[in-house]
Design a protein around this ligand. Structure first.
Ligand code: ACO
Length: 428
């Protein structure tokens, strides 16, 4: 009868150990007993960038990277993108189930009630330089919100956590729209609570002189993009939210750490980087030379490759469909042609095939955002808007998980051994 254990023989000592295997993992702490001597600290695992380490149990998002599967709470992303609203998905991620009509009504009205932000936030925004990056501003003002809600520190109270989740969901569109207006030098447009979540955000962003004619196709396209971005299990920004949140800090501070992580070009900032790359390529005829540059190690093909998806990114497929709907409405973006050709060439090139590099969520999203009227440096803010429910659900799950403690990785020290202090005049 096979046993769910792993036998380990330490060839340094000849000792054998048997450790339990559960859920396809062994517990790293079970290795601590493997020692060469009494005063040995015990065996650790070394896993830079967490390539093969599960840091939590999670019931939120399931990804099968080899088969290109993404599900939120068991529901395939394709169905949610087709049939759900963003607030329904946010509720699903946070509460674990799709809401009944009554639950959705309450969730929607709770969020609607909290859309305003303290007007001092406007003064903070005005303090940024004229050319400040929108993500820098967003992470600053989300972090600053913690100072307006000192009650957010009462994290052991589930009812309090619910209010903070509602506040963050409600205020992120307002903050994102204010950031947009700031970059354009436009007066701020306050929330309109007669509009739905997406409609209100778009109105705050684009309305001029209090007027904005909504385009239902573009609004639904934006809603689908937000749904596709809503969660992606233990990625860099979510891990940042969990790690920072594990210190017991308030959720505004923990989420601003997530926004900081998302800002990076290898993560959420990739959608911005794709557009810059398409600008740099400039013309279809320059694609082969660009691909050669990437293959020789000079830069990367932005919007391609993923740590977990090794067949295709299911979100990229859905986004391509959204792109067709959006471009039918707005007219073709000339860069789309370059992107389609770039994808075609890359997908038939041995370099990319061998490394299992496929378009990811960011490859086409930037082109869509641009067609909707958002400037390139603003794209990642839209990603943050979409990712908010995921960060909040993961934060909540982390706090409820009895196995979690403050996140604190180990290291292998590679520095100097103890040495004597040298006075400044004697240093070489
Ligand atoms: N273009 C060219 N080569 C690439 C690319 C790329 N986009 N991505 C990976 N590679 C190559 C690497 O050079 C490496 O080649 P080697 O084995 O010859 O050294 C191999 O593929 C494996 O790459 P890793 O960096 O080990 O893959 P990892 O899983 O660490 O990286 C990542 C994943 C960061 C997404 C990477 O593919 C990348 O940089 N892509 C471009 C940026 C991007 O689009 N990021 C968005 C990701 S999706 C998101 O965050 C929402």
């Amino acid at each position: 009868m096979p046993k769910d254990t792993l036998s380990i023989t330490d060839n340094r000592t000849g000792q054998s150990y048997e450790v339990p295997v559960a859920d396809g993992t062994i517990k790293a702490m079970d290795l601590r007993q493997v020692r060469v001597s009494e005063d040995d600290f015990g065996l650790m695992t070394y896993d830079p960038a967490f390539m093969n380490t599960a840091a939590c149990r999670s019931a939120i998002t399931y990804i099968d990277g080899d088969r290109g599967i993404l599900r939120y709470r068991g529901y395939p992303i394709e169905e949610l993108a087709d049939r759900a609203s963003f607030l329904e998905v946010a509720y699903l991620l946070s509460e674990g189930e799709l809401p009944t009509q009554a639950q959705l009504d309450k969730w929607t009205s709770d969020i609607r009630y909290h859309t305003y932000v303290h007007t001092n936030i406007i003064r903070f925004l005005e303090g940024f330089r004229y050319d400040a990056h929108p993500m820098g501003m967003l992470l600053g003002v989300v972090g600053a919100l913690s100072t307006f809600y000192p009650d957010a520190k009462e994290m052991h109270d589930p009812a309090n956590r619910y209010i903070q989740r509602v506040r963050l969901m409600a205020k992120i569109p307002t903050l994102a729209a204010f950031v947009f207006r700031q970059t354009r030098g436009l007066p701020y447009q306050f929330p309109r609570n007669d509009l739905d979540y997406i409609g209100n955000y778009v109105n705050m962003t684009f309305s001029i002189g209090g007027q904005h004619k909504p385009n239902p196709v573009l609004q639904r396209a934006l809603e689908i993009l937000l749904i596709l971005h809503a969660d992606h299990e233990q990625n860099c920004s979510t891990s940042a939210v969990r790690a920072v949140g594990s210190s017991g800090v308030d959720p505004f501070s923990a989420i601003s750490a997530g926004i900081a992580a998302l800002y990076g070009p290898l993560h959420g900032g990739a959608n911005e980087a794709v557009l810059r790359m398409l600008d740099e390529i400039g013309d279809k005829s320059s694609i082969p030379a660009f691909i050669e540059k990437v293959k020789s190690g000079e830069g990367r093909l932005m919007g391609f490759g993923h740590r977990v998806y090794k067949s295709y990114d299911p979100r990229a497929k859905l986004i391509k469909r959204v792109a067709d709907q959006v471009f039918a409405e707005t007219g073709l973006n000339p860069k789309l042609e370059i992107a389609v050709e770039l994808e075609r060439i890359a997908l038939s090139d041995e370099y990319f095939i061998k490394r299992k590099l496929y378009p990811n969520v960011d490859f086409y999203s930037g082109l869509i955002y641009q067609a909707m009227g958002y400037p390139t440096e603003y794209f990642t803010v839209l990603f943050a808007l979409g990712r908010m429910p995921g960060w909040l659900a993961q934060w909540e799950e982390m706090l409820q998980d009895k196995e979690q403690k403050i996140a604190r990785p180990r290291q292998i020290y590679t520095g100097e051994d103890q040495r004597e202090f040298v006075e400044i005049g004697k240093r070489k």
